[in-house]
Design a binder for this molecule. Structure first.
Ligand code: KIV
Length: 271
């Protein structure tokens, strides 16, 4: 029997049941009320309030500048729209790497002030102490390994990670450490499909991929990318389900033309 069809509210336990039942998990990012309402209404399992809001919503080049207050604002807007999906909120750069007490206060602020259901953190064994402390407060944690955009200045580029054996082995160890610590799921970003499939097999918690092939337990994309709102980002892993950039441009041009010609508003569109 299908797990996802029968749940009114997706929880971390539902995601585990989906993995155990071989049902793929769907996840998209969301940053605002209106978009979250559409995504949740369509039946998505997880909405990630990603720190990609820094790029997509604020126009920054990296995810580093977004603040905790800004993440909470985005997350609270999403939570107000959602009836079914699990809402996972990214812990922003600089809010958890320093020490585990600060990490716990960040996670508590996110949960209290946004109403989100879980947090996501980038990194492996180097942030394990912070993850463990957050978990002791009963806050579910999603891990994030592979390409971790908060470390872009360490990597230097956004190319595929863990192609070499040493980095691949470290990633597998990190995934196992995150599972042992009690993370409920892990995002794997931009790594070879074969490696991602191996992690999904060797680790029992759900593995969600982005640019990590089809051998994992679910997929995540940035919603603006898959809807084609952003026409400047075209990586190989991205499937565009629409070309909203062109459609919206056409609609806005029609509006401008109607206003200029006096066609809008007409008699039926006024009081
Ligand atoms: O912030 C984000 O959008 C993410 C996804 C790419 C997984 O972390």
């Amino acid at each position: 029997m299908s797990v996802h069809k029968n749940v009114k509210r997706v929880t971390t336990h539902v995601l585990q049941e989906m993995k155990d039942n071989n049902e793929k998990i769907s996840m998209l990012t969301g940053y605002d009320f209106s978009m979250a309402k559409i995504i949740d209404g369509a039946g998505i399992d997880v909405i990630l309030v990603g720190d990609s809001a820094s790029n997509v919503m604020a126009g920054h080049e990296t995810t580093l500048p977004i603040t905790l207050d800004q993440m909470i604002y985005h997350a609270a807007s999403v939570v107000r729209a959602v009836e079914r999906a699990l809402v996972v909120v990214d812990m922003p750069f600089g809010s958890y790497q320093g020490n585990s007490k600060e990490a716990l206060s960040t996670a508590i602020r996110i949960m209290k002030e946004s109403g989100g259901h879980a947090v996501k953190m980038e990194g492996g064994q180097e942030i394990l102490e912070s993850i463990q402390r957050i978990l002791t407060a009963g806050i579910p944690v999603m891990g994030h390994l592979g390409l971790t955009p908060q470390s872009i200045y360490k990597f230097g580029t956004y190319v595929v990670r863990a192609k070499q054996e040493e980095e691949a082995n470290r990633l597998i160890e990190d995934a196992k450490a995150l599972e042992a610590a009690g993370c409920f799921s892990i995002v794997l970003e931009k790594i070879p499909a074969e490696l991602a499939a191996r992690v999904a097999k060797e680790v029992n918690i759900p593995i969600i991929g982005i640019g990590a092939g089809g051998g994992v337990d679910g997929q995540v994309l940035v919603v603006h990318d898959m809807l084609g709102i952003n026409n400047e980002f075209n990586p190989r892993f991205l499937r565009k389900y629409h070309n909203l950039f062109d459609e919206m441009t056409t609609a806005v041009k029609s509006y401008i033309s109607d206003v200029r010609s006096g066609d809008f508003p007409n008699k039926e569109e006024q009081y």
